[in-house]
Design a protein around this ligand. Structure first.
Ligand SMILES: [Zn+2]
Length: 317
């Protein structure tokens, strides 16, 4: 289907194009725009994030009920995200790899500008398991990262550092796509990544608010956001090493991220501070056919999406 460009997307694309033109190195070209100082992250529209989730749900429904590695639903998910980013002025590329005899794809999107020697990355896995549509795991992270990237374009943000966004393939087969990407970088390019932020399950229906405790500066950035909205957090332990930050961390890149819980059960102490149901899993539909658009807590998705943008802005200035 042909992509319809909204007026705002056209404006953003024009701004991005202007930035590309003014940032060119041809003789006589105007200098690159000065980086924005102390720019505040915009509020991320929960309606927009949920619209992406609805699209991913439709894609799964139309493709055998999932968006898994090597299946038509994964390719359609990638096409959807890439088209949005291309229309907004990102430079996108698809990285191909093989896992379990099927071709997999990572989508990498660079926002033109910023210091190429200081790259801030935010990423999420875009594949689901074969048993369901994967809306909380991980349409939630994928959609929040997508909407944050689109907000960068809409606001015409000129960060001091270079921004890169990624959607990983074959995470559910064992972090295959993200590991392939990290291994594909030479050591010099890996050293240019000043931080990688990972978002895998951030709209769990019985949510907790977990912050990765890997890099202290990144961890503190997320904690500052949640302190500002009066929501207490805990250190993330359930998913340790179980998502796409692991290959980055293992190669020396500072990492951080958010998580709202999977199949572990919420304690009564956690229910007392976060609400929800004690004794029940954070996500009772984890890796199941019921991980649909009904399997999302809007408040958690809203807070975490805003936290994604807050960290992307804070860490790239
Ligand atoms: Zn996941």
């Amino acid at each position: 289907m042909k992509l319809l460009l909204s007026g705002r997307a056209l404006t953003a694309a024009a701004v991005a194009l202007a930035a590309l033109v003014t940032g060119g190195s041809a003789a006589g070209a105007a200098p690159a725009p000065a980086p924005d100082q102390a720019a505040a992250a915009p509020d991320i529209s929960i309606a927009n994030v949920k619209a992406h989730l609805a699209q991913l749900q439709s894609i799964a429904t139309a493709n055998g009920g999932n968006r898994a590695h090597g299946r038509a639903g994964y390719q359609a998910s990638l096409n959807y995200v890439q088209a949005k980013l291309d229309a907004a002025g990102f430079t996108t590329r698809v990285q191909q790899f093989t896992a379990s005899g099927r071709t997999g794809y990572n989508l990498i999107a660079d926002w033109p500008g910023g210091d190429a020697n200081q790259v801030v990355m935010a990423g999420s896995h875009l594949d689901s398991v074969t048993s369901g549509p994967g809306i909380n795991d991980n349409g939630s992270g994928s959609s929040a990262v997508l909407e944050t990237a689109l907000a960068v374009a809409r606001s015409g943000y000129h960060p001091a550092k270079h921004l890169r966004f990624a959607w990983w393939g074959a995470e559910e087969l064992g972090l295959v796509g993200s590991r392939y990407y990290v291994n594909s970088l030479g050591s010099a390019d890996r050293a240019k990544i000043s931080g990688y932020l990972n978002f895998d399950m951030i709209g769990s229906p019985n949510p907790g608010y977990f912050v990765y405790d890997d890099d202290p500066a990144i961890e503190q950035t997320f904690k500052n956001y949640f302190a500002g909205i009066g929501v207490s957090t805990e250190i993330e332990t359930e998913g340790d090493g179980r998502s796409d930050h692991a290959p980055f961390k293992n190669s020396g890149v500072p990492v951080g991220g958010l998580f709202s819980g999977a199949d572990y059960r919420k304690t009564s102490a956690q229910a007392a501070k976060w609400g929800g149901t004690a004794g029940q899993p954070f996500d009772r539909c984890y890796h199941s056919s019921c991980d649909t658009t009904a399997n999302i807590n809007d408040t958690a998705l809203d807070r975490n999406s805003d936290a994604v943008a807050y960290a992307v802005w804070q860490l790239s200035q």
